[in-house]
Design a protein around this ligand. Structure first.
Ligand code: GAP
Length: 504
């Protein structure tokens, strides 16, 4: 593009994203005025739009548009036996160690990935902070004590359950213990028969749910990558284990199909292929329920990490819930005249992690005519704000009135904002920085000058975020033009019939 150089295509640093998120109303630290809550975040006005767009697209593409999918929205508080049956009470643990001196707690497998504090005997006990895994360059010692205080011995590893415990009802006793769900998945298993009977589903079919999950992570961090309260969108896709598809067992076929579909989904909404890869879980890493798990990893600012997982959970969950509830959770195979326990393939996505990936991938710094321009190149369907309507002169009542009327009209269909708090160049840059794909500018030409007896041309300038090209469009054509542009239309084609220009 003329006069433009990409300065920082990838990877953007986490600090840059955190600062942009706070400054522009995407994400704030939870309870910030009280010093923040450990690893919890609040989505601000733009963050909530972006997150809702992600969930809406997931739901549209994976549920609404498919005949083999339905959704549910279950309680976060479930019967405590659910977690016994699922294995979470026994297995959903991390090994942790405590410092006997300062009482800090660490994941046992994380201790040596942290910088460590050392009081070096070779330098009269001077205090040093040494990079993770490295020895002291003065005395050669390696870490044996608490990495944080450098003084206390660590306890032997103990298993720590990650579920948040609470109490149901007025009495805090063992009989009333309940848990905040650590995953959305279990509700699909316990509702399997309800959905099967009420919706007359035939295998293969899936049940989806999007909602909050809670994990008392010992080492949360990296902004919204790992938090204690987060949103998941999970699909439990039930298949008949006796069936074959294209000569392969149905569960294995569908597992690979879902991996491919999820990979394609992320790319469709903007994640670059080179920033995505598949990672097969080793046998010793598999969860207790899994026959095979493949993660989709993304090149986050912190490095390659899990974006989502797609597991073949076999018939583990349905069998467990049948055993613990005493209810039959089978499917009657009409052809074979037999009851089967379906296998399940589970695409499990973190909505917050997806949001972080979309932000990181969209972030670009460019140099335009000697000045830095920050752009979030969101896919239009993800962009929190679709159109910003900007008056060229805020002192001209007619311009302001017309701009506000255009906003109100377009806002019947999309999230559209009005802004007159700066000069036009700065208003454009502000919208670029939050990823607004299109701006509309109302100027003197649009409205004319009634004092001079001039009538306006009734046209406005619309501007494309990525190319910074502009086109002059009649106001009454705006809904149709934005409909085309926001549903995948290419700028050059949609605006070909209008007068075009480059941003000055
Ligand atoms: N039902 C299977 C399950 O929950 P998981 O790999 O533990 O599998 C699925 O979680 C996805 O949920 C992860 O790939 C990640 O995107 C998201 N996730 C898990 N723990 C998270 C946390 N503490 N903070 C943010 N997202 C998390």
């Amino acid at each position: 593009m003329r006069g433009r150089d990409i300065l920082v295509p990838m990877p953007v640093t986490m600090d840059t994203l955190v600062s942009l998120c706070k400054r522009r109303g995407f994400i704030f630290q939870s309870s910030e005025i009280y010093g923040g809550t450990g690893s919890c975040y609040d989505y601000g006005p733009l963050g909530v739009e972006l997150k809702q767009n992600i969930k809406r697209l997931l739901w549209r593409d994976f549920v609404q548009s498919r005949a083999d999918m339905v959704g549910i929205d279950a309680s976060i508080l479930m019967h405590p036996t659910v977690w016994k049956a699922s294995g979470h009470l026994d297995h959903f643990t991390d090994p942790m160690v405590d410092c006997r001196e300062c009482k800090l707690r660490f994941r046992a497998d994380d201790v040596d990935t942290l910088p460590w504090t050392h009081y070096c005997p070779a330098t009269k006990g001077n205090k040093f902070t040494i990079p993770p895994g490295e020895p002291c360059s003065h005395c050669g010692a390696r870490r044996t004590l608490c990495p944080d205080c450098g003084k206390g011995l660590l306890t032997a590893p103990r298993q720590f359950n990650l579920m948040f415990k609470t109490f149901m009802g007025p009495v805090e006793e063992d009989a009333s213990v309940a848990y905040l769900r650590p995953e959305t998945a279990q509700a699909m298993f316990v509702n399997f028969d309800n959905v099967l009977q009420s919706m007359r589903m035939k295998l293969p079919f899936g049940i989806a749910q999007a909602g909050r999950s809670f994990r008392n992570e010992i080492t949360p961090g990296n902004f919204i990558f790992r938090t204690r309260e987060f949103e998941q969108m999970e699909i439990e896709y039930f298949v008949n284990p006796r069936d074959t598809v294209e000569g392969r067992p149905a569960d294995e076929y569908w597992h690979d199909r879902w991996i491919a579909d999820c990979m394609a989904w992320f790319q469709r909404y903007g994640l670059r292929e080179e920033n995505l890869k598949l990672r097969e879980h080793d046998k010793d890493e598999l969860s207790h329920y899994s026959k095979r798990t493949v993660d989709i990893d993304y090149r986050f600012p912190i490095g390659w990490s899990e974006l989502m997982g797609i597991a073949n959970r076999t018939d583990f969950d349905l069998k467990q819930h049948a055993k613990f509830s005493g209810k039959s959770l089978t499917y009657f195979d009409e052809e074979r005249k037999e009851h089967v326990v379906p296998y399940v393939v589970e695409p499990a996505m973190g909505v917050d992690r997806a949001l972080l990936a979309f932000m990181a991938d969209a972030y670009v710094e460019e140099e335009v005519r000697g000045e830095k321009r920050v752009v979030l190149r969101f896919h239009p369907e993800l962009a929190p704000v679709k159109v910003a309507v900007l008056p060229l002169l805020k002192k001209r009542d007619e311009i302001v009135r017309r701009a506000r009327a255009i906003r109100a009209d377009l806002a019947k269909q999309w999230r559209v904002v009005y802004d007159d708090t700066a000069a036009i160049g700065r208003l454009y840059r502000r919208q670029d920085e939050v990823g607004t794909p299109y701006c509309v500018t109302v100027d003197v030409q649009t409205v004319g000058d009634s004092e001079k007896g001039e009538v306006g041309d009734g046209k406005v300038t619309i501007r494309d975020r990525d190319s910074m090209e502009q086109a002059r469009v009649p106001i009454d054509a705006l809904p149709a033009v934005f409909h085309d542009l926001l549903s995948g239309g290419v700028w050059a084609q949609v605006t070909a019939r209008f007068e075009r220009q480059i941003e000055k």
